[in-house]
Design a protein around this ligand. Structure first.
Ligand code: PHE
Length: 414
């Protein structure tokens, strides 16, 4: 019991070899034997049998009837819209995979955990998925900071992890078991910078959420590109996730008369930032990244976000058959329109299923190799080839907030 609790705390070391309980059990058996030399042989046989049964019950045996896949998502809390969307897409993919006969003759079972959008909670629930559910792979998260909590745990346990939507480059740099099905922020930052320059917005103010690796990275990559291409950063301000009052930062920004403001954080704060900017009579347009993608941006920001632009992974207006079919299926199932997280959640599960089929096994290292070999997979968000850095080189789209909707502006290839 104590050893098991330790295993969970330490991030599941040794679990990847298929029988963590085997190691624990045999260690326990050795100590037991040493201290009870007079143990009768019949008792010993019983103990051994017990050990064997316990191990069999706990190990993800090849004979299992299901393939258990873990998912961690912010189903509640500050960025609940991220987790709920990615979960819907992921769950829909798993249903489709099972309806089409499952994988390797087995059903795929998704075990989802809510990290409540809280720092620290992602690591806790991922350890639980590995040690208690014996997942063969992990899907998640949307937010980069939370993927960064999980990645070292999966890497150490030898369990492949696929983030649907985390764009900070550090996520897949953690190790060769960590993948993503989206582009990364050096690209997204460049897309935003080029867009601003194309509008002749050269004087830029930047507002960064210092509590999110995503926001910090996106601001940094944007800044590097625009500074090297004729733009000037007139003000750099920061805030922390959960803040509600941005008047001080916005007042400082107002004095520098920017052409545009980059709000590189998530939708919750960006909607409020837009509202308060307009209250302070700042007329400059706002731009942001994929973290703006939530209906809440418009619910919170209302008229204040009209005329703003952000980069994203796909547009519902794209006539591509893959996107239109997905839209219809999603709408039939959930009676709502999917956002980028839903599409990427769906894609992450489909990419995993494809790799499991090609690997012919769910063994960690072989599954990892199959994932790494993913090439030209036709996903909803575009053709996915996983590059040597385990990222997807894909196009981004620019969207405009117009009449309370996200309208397609343009596609930018890598
Ligand atoms: N890219 C964001 C991050 O890495 C997450 C995100 C993806 C948010 C897609 C919305 C849409 O944190």
């Amino acid at each position: 019991m104590r050893a098991r609790a330790r295993l969970e705390r330490e991030g599941g070391d040794g679990i990847s070899n298929g029988c963590a309980s085997d190691q624990l059990q045999s260690k326990g058996a050795r100590v037991y034997a040493a201290s009870t030399m007079k143990l009768s042989s019949s008792l010993c046989i019983v103990a051994c049998l017990f050990a064997a049964v316990a191990c069999k019950k706990m190990a993800p045996s090849e004979a299992a009837t299901e393939i258990v896949v873990g998912e961690f998502a912010s189903l509640s809390g500050a960025t609940a819209s991220f987790g709920q969307s990615s979960h819907k897409g992921t769950a829909m993919a798993v249903d489709e995979i099972n309806a089409a006969g499952g994988l390797l003759g087995k059903k795929m079972r998704l075990v989802s955990e809510d990290d409540q959008s809280k720092p620290g909670e992602a690591a806790t629930v991922v350890r639980k998925l590995i040690s208690r559910e014996h997942i063969v792979a992990l899907l998640g998260e949307v937010a980069s900071s939370r993927s960064l909590e999980a990645a070292p745990i999966c890497q150490q346990a030898g369990i492949p992890m696929i983030s649907p939507a985390s764009t900070n480059p550090k996520v897949t740099e953690v190790g060769d078991f960590v993948f993503r099905v989206c582009f990364i922020d050096p690209f997204q930052g460049t897309v935003l910078s080029k867009f601003a320059l194309s509008k002749n917005w050269k004087r830029v103010a930047i507002l960064t959420d210092v509590k999110q690796d995503y926001s910090v990275g996106l601001s940094q990559f944007f800044k590097a590109h625009i500074s090297a291409n004729g733009g000037t950063i007139v003000s750099e301000q920061s805030y922390s996730s959960g803040d509600k009052d941005f008047k001080a930062q916005l007042t400082a920004i107002k004095g520098t008369t920017p052409d545009v403001i980059l709000a590189s954080g998530y939708y919750t704060e960006s909607g409020l930032i837009a509202l308060q900017a307009r209250e302070l009579q700042i007329a400059a347009p706002l731009i942001g990244g994929d973290g703006w993608d939530s209906p809440s941006l418009i619910e919170v920001g209302g008229k204040a976000v009209e005329g703003s632009f952000f980069s994203n992974h796909f547009s519902v207006e794209d006539p591509a058959p893959a996107i239109q079919t997905f839209l219809k299926k999603f709408n039939d199932k959930y009676h709502e329109q999917p956002d980028a997280m839903a599409a990427l959640g769906y894609d992450s599960a489909m990419i995993l299923a494809d790799a499991i089929k090609r690997a012919g096994t769910t063994e960690g290292p072989k599954l990892r190799d199959a994932l790494a070999a993913t090439k030209d997979f036709s996903a909803v968000t575009g053709k996915i080839t996983l590059n040597p850095q385990r990222n997807a080189d894909k196009s981004a789209v620019m969207l405009e907030v117009r009449n309370g909707q996200f309208k397609y502006v343009e596609t930018v290839a890598p």
